[in-house]
Design a protein around this ligand. Structure first.
Ligand code: ATP
Ligand code: MG
Length: 561
């Protein structure tokens, strides 16, 4: 697979243009669909949506929006055994959250079952479909190979009357699962396997999440999908590349019926590095508890990303950056992280938080004062807030070193550093416990070095963040790393063995400035010098704030934070 690298440091705002737009422009010129544009997103409700689906949603909705057309959300709910209402609900929520406007058009393939049945009867009457008694294994065995044609089913030449009778009895429930199928009568010698008398209906005695027990025959994807598109007046039916070889069948069904015929167009699906994306695998991660749930912030699901602090704007921007291609590729996940960082940099409130606190006592300071801190340097209108400063502070453990390497500009014994928005302090004494671990620093401050006062011209190289101990808010902070240790886990046989054992680190005693007190679930912040963080929706309680790290400040994967 070709690799798409993160070379685009500065994506520009532009109208999405790709080969699909060219096809649509041409169709509008020739009035193939009377200048209409109507797209759809057709998920099967058998799992939660992932970032690949987001690409498809952004593409389909984006086209409808750009051409002032329409966009349908349609559940392709033709397989009763794997589908659930929970998935339907989550999908509706996720599509709305992404901002794709389907204007109340939530449609269900299962609502068209009666019409599809009638159309199947029509194909039987036209001599283009037949009831076949071969079971699944026998059908597979007679399909032929790449070099050999398939064998005609012994049931292929049943009369129309017999087929009509048997098909009706299939619907009535007279046959067991797998006992009979309805097959299209096309060409067992076709070089395209999909055209070798494909199955249109199977007998499946199972309860459907919307239709209950009304049906015991269910249409296959190939038969159903074109019917659904046609019934909804879709103009451009956009799907992923693996359906390219199904297009002749899509066309054959609609031409044989002689009904309205949308155009199927294929594009390359999104594959992301360090990520698995098939719903089957995501389901396995959930079921086997490798992750919390579908919305675990390490999951590539839309609900996981939402909980992690990603924004719809950033995901839409990502979809624009990566574009739409006709060839499969592996997209660098740092492109997605770039899009998130870019959005949060512009919009996230800044606060100071200390993840691994080291106590600092300012021995020559008494009392308390409020200092001015900028809310968002990228957004002057966000203004400023006050941050309390007092005798006892916390700094980041890693901002002090007793034996610093060359080039360490933070706090060292007898050295000086600036506390952001506050004063320059000097480390006078290092307090250790019995094991020799540094547990406290005694420092002095220089009162003339208050930020912004201009009283002193003293300069130091390092600026560090801090939190006043008295006023600090305790919080739990959850640091996430990539869920997999290899670039293309989907290609590994033992893909579960490639799960990153350190993909979650929980810090239980972080300290944050008091501004954070009123933060609500999903509120987003930049913890200065540390990264972007979002209030967790699942573990946050009235007593305890829990944060998810959305993304680091820089692309620093591989380095320890
Ligand atoms: P899976 O193969 O994991 O079950 P799927 O493609 O069958 O996923 P659907 O619910 O059928 O899942 O997908 C709905 C729509 O989303 C389809 O039109 C499909 O082409 C598109 N889609 C799914 N995965 C991707 C992806 N990785 N990139 C782009 N589009 C995708
Ligand atoms: Mg599918």
């Amino acid at each position: 697979m070709e690799e798409i690298k993160n070379t685009n440091e500065n994506p520009v705002e532009h109208k999405p243009k790709n080969f699909i737009y060219e096809i649509i422009d041409e169709d509008i010129k020739t009035e193939k669909f009377g200048k209409q544009v109507h797209t759809r997103f057709p998920p099967e409700p058998n799992g939660y949506l992932h970032i690949g689906h987001a690409k498809s949603i952004c593409l389909n909705y984006g086209i409808a929006r750009d051409y002032k057309g329409k966009f349908n959300l349609r559940f392709d709910d033709t397989n009763p055994e794997k589908e659930e209402q929970e998935y339907v609900d989550s999908i509706v929520e996720d599509v709305k959250w992404l901002g794709a406007d389907f204007e109340e058009r939530i449609l269900y393939a299962s609502d068209y079952f009666e019409q599809m049945y009638k159309w199947a009867v029509e194909l039987i009457k036209k001599g283009k479909a037949y009831v076949c008694d071969l079971n699944a294994d026998e059908i597979r065995a007679t399909r032929g190979t790449l070099t050999e044609p398939g064998k005609d089913s012994p049931y292929r030449n049943r009369t129309v009357e017999e087929n009509l009778d048997l098909f009706e009895r299939m619907r009535k429930g007279e046959f067991e699962n797998g006992a009979k199928t309805l097959r299209a009568k096309i060409d067992m010698a076709s070089p395209n396997f999909n055209m070798r008398d494909p199955i249109m209906y199977r007998v499946v005695h199972a309860e459907h999440h919307r239709q209950g027990n009304s049906w015991c025959i269910y249409p296959t994807y190939d038969w159903a999908h074109g019917n659904e598109d046609s019934l909804e007046g879709i103009t451009h039916s956009i799907c992923t590349l693996e359906f390219e070889n199904h297009r002749p069948l899509y066309d054959w069904f609609l031409d044989s019926l002689g009904v309205y015929h949308p155009k199927q167009i294929e594009f390359a699906r999104l594959n992301l590095s360090y990520t698995v994306m098939s719903k089957r695998r995501l389901l396995q991660l959930v079921k086997e508890k490798h992750v919390d749930d579908w919305d675990d912030p390490r999951m590539p699901t839309i609900s996981g990303y939402r909980r992690r602090g990603y924004t719809p704007e950033a995901i839409r921007n990502f979809a624009e950056i990566i574009g739409v291609a006709k060839r499969d590729a592996l997209t660098d996940i740092s492109l997605l992280e770039f899009a998130i960082r870019d959005d949060l940099n512009k919009n996230a409130q800044r606060v100071m938080a200390v993840l691994r606190p080291l106590k600092v006592v300012i021995t020559n300071y008494e009392g308390e004062e409020n200092l001015d801190a900028v809310n968002n340097p990228e957004k002057p209108e966000a203004g400023s807030r006050t941050v309390p400063f007092s005798k006892e502070l916390f700094i980041e453990e890693s901002d002090f070193m007793e034996d610093p390497p060359k080039g360490f500009h933070r706090l060292v014994p007898a050295g000086e550093v600036r506390l952001r928005y506050a004063y320059i302090i000097k480390c006078e004494e290092v307090i250790k416990d019995a094991t020799g671990k540094v547990i406290e620093l005694h420092c002095t401050y220089d009162k003339d070095t208050k930020s912004g006062s201009g009283a002193s011209t003293k300069k130091v190289k390092g600026v560090i963040h801090w939190v006043s101990a008295n006023n600090a808010v305790d919080a739990e902070v959850r640091l996430y790393d990539r869920l997999f240790t290899v670039e293309n886990p989907g290609a590994e046989e033992d893909w579960l063995g490639k799960i990153n054992p350190n993909s979650l680190e929980v810090i239980s005693d972080a300290k944050i400035e008091p501004f954070i007190k009123n933060a609500k679930p999903l509120d987003k912040f930049q913890f200065e010098r540390l990264g972007y963080f979002c209030v967790d929706t699942k573990y946050t309680t009235a007593e305890k704030l829990v944060f998810n790290r959305t993304v680091t400040l820089k692309d620093s994967w591989g380095k320890k934070s």
